[in-house]
Design a binder for this molecule. Structure first.
Ligand code: PLP
Length: 441
């Protein structure tokens, strides 16, 4: 790729989750976005195979969202959400609640997935305390889980690179379930893998170890995205639900990636038919046009806290920008697009074509697994000796330079396009990945 003629000063920005030195030696920059495409600063079109960062589900530059944000900025730029309200915040909460599984109709707004996760964990603790079970403070996450970057999120998260620098300061009372990745049993599975429901039984072991009366919540991504697309084995989530219910433990689904259509339903909970007590969301809730997140909570959980013994403020938690007017406007416009264009059903309809296209990569150089569900796929590569992640990084770079945006994490290539994708573009994505795999050493 040719560097653009005029680059800004790159020295001041410390980029998140980026090899800064590597990037600055060879910057790849995005300039504009519309529909399924970005353009790079050197003027090339790049097909968005990842909906940005799993978030631009309705495609880029949607005029209705742009108009809603700019209109609202002119009407009221900001309103404090503590002790005061504004109508759009309530309307946005009603719209979010309308897409949640039955019963999860109380909504707390945040600005990001990380905030939604930490908010969910705090709600779980507050719920038990309000019911006189304040000793329930233990949290259970899962190996390879990604729950954002707050101290709560990295404590329950299970991606070791994200934890090890901070290991002395993580939340103390946390256990991890085993992850569900198993290539011996489940390689090249289409949809939910057949093997692995029994991995949920580990929860009984952890409960026996600590006693249920000390455990507040279990948090998992129903489909683990950032760790490299791990699809839950058939029956696994159902077992987690059964065991948590039996022991009075709250079940939290981190649906930051899966909510708003990724699997072909409004939520993964709806898709799998498993209803948790709390759902953490962000990304697709505003089509990523402005930072926004939300937590949907079962009415009983909300009521236990809000109607609980505490007088005055019931829950000492919130953000300056919770239900920011521009976010609320973006959420309403976004959810309206999803509804009008029936995008979740569209994703479901396209998922068969998507599945066949990605599994066409079986047998391509370096590929050791392909897995998929809805409009998400993971292509796992054999790692290069002594350099884990290097091969997938090279695929990412070569794809980008040839006009396709994919993601990589470890040695897994992830694909998760906007739900407006056309069939021909699905073919194009996997054809291009196949070509690049042949070029990669
Ligand atoms: N939880 C999950 C499942 C995610 O995938 C992400 C981000 O990718 C987060 C939490 C964190 O979201 P954010 O980056 O908005 O804080």
């Amino acid at each position: 790729m040719n560097a653009p003629a005029e680059l800004p000063d790159l020295s001041h920005l410390w980029m998140p989750f980026t090899a800064n030195k590597q990037f600055k030696a060879h910057p790849r920059m995005l300039a504009t976005a519309k529909g399924m495409y970005y353009t790079s600063t050197d003027g090339r079109q790049v097909l968005d195979g990842t909906a940005g960062l799993w978030c631009v589900n309705a495609g880029h530059g949607r005029q209705e969202i742009v108009d809603a944000i700019s209109r609202q900025a002119g009407i009221m730029d900001y309103a404090p959400g503590f002790q005061l309200g504004h109508p759009l915040a309530f309307e946005a909460a009603t719209a979010v609640a309308g897409l949640m599984p039955q019963g999860l109709d109380r909504v707390f707004f945040t600005n990001s997935g990380s905030e939604s996760v930490d908010t969910s964990l705090k709600i779980a603790l507050a719920y038990h305390r309000a019911r006189g079970e304040g000793q329930r403070t233990r949290l259970i996450g899962r190996e390879r889980g990604y729950h954002g970057v707050g101290f709560g999120g990295i404590s329950v998260g299970g991606i070791s690179t994200n934890r090890k620098t901070f290991s002395g300061a993580l939340l103390p009372a946390v256990d991890h379930l085993p992850h569900t990745h198993n290539l011996e049993q489940n390689a090249y599975s289409k949809g939910q893998p057949a093997w692995g429901a029994n991995l949920a039984d580990e929860l009984e072991r952890i409960v026996a170890l600590h006693d249920a009366s000390t455990i507040a919540a279990v948090i998992v991504e129903p489909m683990a995205g950032s760790t490299g697309v791990l699809i839950p084995p058939k029956g696994y989530l159902e077992k987690l639900r059964e065991i948590t219910s039996k022991h009075g433990i709250l079940l939290i689904f981190d649906e930051v990636i899966t909510a708003y259509g990724r699997l072909g339903a409004a939520t993964a909970s709806e898709f799998f038919g498993v209803t948790p007590d709390i759902i953490a969301m962000a990304k697709g809730v505003s089509n990523a046009a402005v930072p926004a997140g939300a937590v949907a909570v079962k009415r009983e959980v909300h009521d236990a806290i809000v109607n609980g013994p505490a007088g005055g403020i019931e829950f000492f938690h919130g953000y300056t920008y919770s239900a920011h007017p521009l976010a609320a406007a973006a959420i309403l416009a976004t959810l309206d697009i999803y509804r009008r264009e029936n995008l979740f059903a569209r994703a479901r309809k396209l998922s068969g074509v998507f599945q066949e296209a990605v599994h066409g990569l079986k047998g391509a150089p370096h590929v050791i697994d392909v897995r998929n569900l809805g409009l998400v796929a993971g292509i796992e590569l054999s790692p290069r000796a002594g350099a884990p992640g290097a091969r997938a990084n090279e695929v990412f770079q070569k794809c980008f330079d040839s006009g396709l945006m994919v993601r990589y994490t470890g040695d897994i290539i992830a694909v998760s396009p906007p739900l407006i994708i056309e069939e021909a573009q699905i073919g194009q994505i996997f054809e291009q990945i196949g070509k690049v795999l042949k070029e990669v050493a």
